[in-house]
Write a protein that binds this ligand. Structure first.
Ligand SMILES: [Zn+2]
Length: 346
């Protein structure tokens, strides 16, 4: 069932300056290897050295589905359906490589900064709760061996083009790093730091004021450790949205205002393209990383990656041209109105 498309992921990717929102925070968050790269865009005076890829030839579908994978702890002896072993995590990354996926962050996904080679598929890797098995700094100031971030970096080093980026959703005091050094390392290396509320509050049972305080205080904790960082996405604790769902996207408390481009839920299927009319930044679904066996495995990552591989027309496939949104007329998905001028059916 797996398809191999190693050639698609071998080439260095680029984040195009023209597509960036222009804010200093985002530039600071870009990995150096991407920020330095340039691709010709439509407004560039110099002629493009090569014609843009033919969308039909690469099966482009930029209105297709994007898997946003959700991880919690990496442990040798899982005790819940949310745990994975380090070996299973590495194997899942290797599968993503083999099937032509390339990681983007939640914010890159939600803002449409999905600048991949023609034929590649975006995937978002998300981690909740700030657990030290996801990331910790060793005595040498580098990611501790065996953590998810260290494994991701190792897989990416073996497969150039597989971007070592992820979005980590933290509560107070993440990654056993009281001085905040862990968060600053993540920021400096292109990882996204997202809000998961300060105290892992159930926002569905909180009042409106309490919900905003929970979110704002979580953001404040991140900003305290990384003062120049702008938090732009939230993962709902327990997947529970406030009764006034808009308060997850924007609000404020005690002098801290927040506004997010994406609010992540807990389950239970692929997310729509950010260019599709069905994209809802206030409630974006994720897929729990999970083996094919076990509780509710049909909602897990192995099952969903199998389905996307078996139905490639459903999956987001890049056309290789950042400013153009290509999709097959047969896709059955309509572009969002505010992207209609960039969308081209074939
Ligand atoms: Zn959580």
């Amino acid at each position: 069932m797996k398809t191999t498309s190693r050639g698609l992921v071998r080439t260095v990717l680029a984040l195009v300056g023209a597509l960036c929102c222009g804010c200093a925070t985002h530039h600071a968050a870009d990995p150096p290897q991407q920020a330095a790269a340039q691709l010709p865009g439509p407004s560039t005076a110099a002629p493009s050295p090569a014609a843009p890829p033919d969308p039909a030839a690469v099966g482009a579908n930029e209105l297709g589905q994007v898997p946003i994978l959700m991880y919690h702890r990496l442990v040798e002896q899982p005790t819940s359906v949310y745990d994975r072993t380090p070996a299973a995590f590495r194997a899942e990354l290797e599968r993503l490589v083999a099937e032509g996926y390339v990681p983007v962050t939640t914010t890159e996904y939600a803002t449409g900064r999905i600048d991949l080679l023609a034929g590649a598929h975006p995937v978002v890797l998300t981690f909740d709760d700030g657990d030290a098995t996801q990331f910790a700094l060793g005595p040498d100031g580098q990611p501790a061996a065996g953590t998810a971030v260290a494994i991701l970096l190792d897989v990416a080093a073996r497969h150039p083009g597989f971007r070592p980026v992820a979005s980590l959703y933290v509560n107070a005091g993440p990654f056993d790093s009281p001085d905040g050094a862990a968060l600053r390392w993540l920021r400096d290396h292109g990882f996204e730091i997202g809000n998961h509320t300060r105290d892992h509050t159930n926002l569905a049972t909180a009042g409106e004021r309490e919900a905003q305080e929970a979110i704002a205080s979580g953001q404040r904790e991140i900003e305290r450790a990384v003062p120049d960082y702008r938090v732009t996405s939230l993962a709902l604790p327990f997947g529970a949205a406030p009764s006034n769902g808009g308060l997850a996207l924007r609000g404020g408390a005690e002098g801290t205002a927040y506004e997010y481009v994406c609010v992540l839920m807990v389950g239970a299927g692929p997310a729509p393209s950010p260019f599709a009319s069905t994209f809802d930044p206030a409630s974006t679904p994720r897929i729990r990383s999970q083996d094919p066996a076990g509780e509710d495995a049909r909602y897990g990552s192995t099952a969903w990656l199998d389905q996307l591989a078996a139905a490639p027309a459903q999956r987001y496939t890049s056309d290789g041209t950042p400013d153009r949104i290509s999709y097959p007329a047969s896709a059955g998905v309509t572009p969002a109105a505010h992207f209609a001028d960039r969308a081209t059916a074939y």
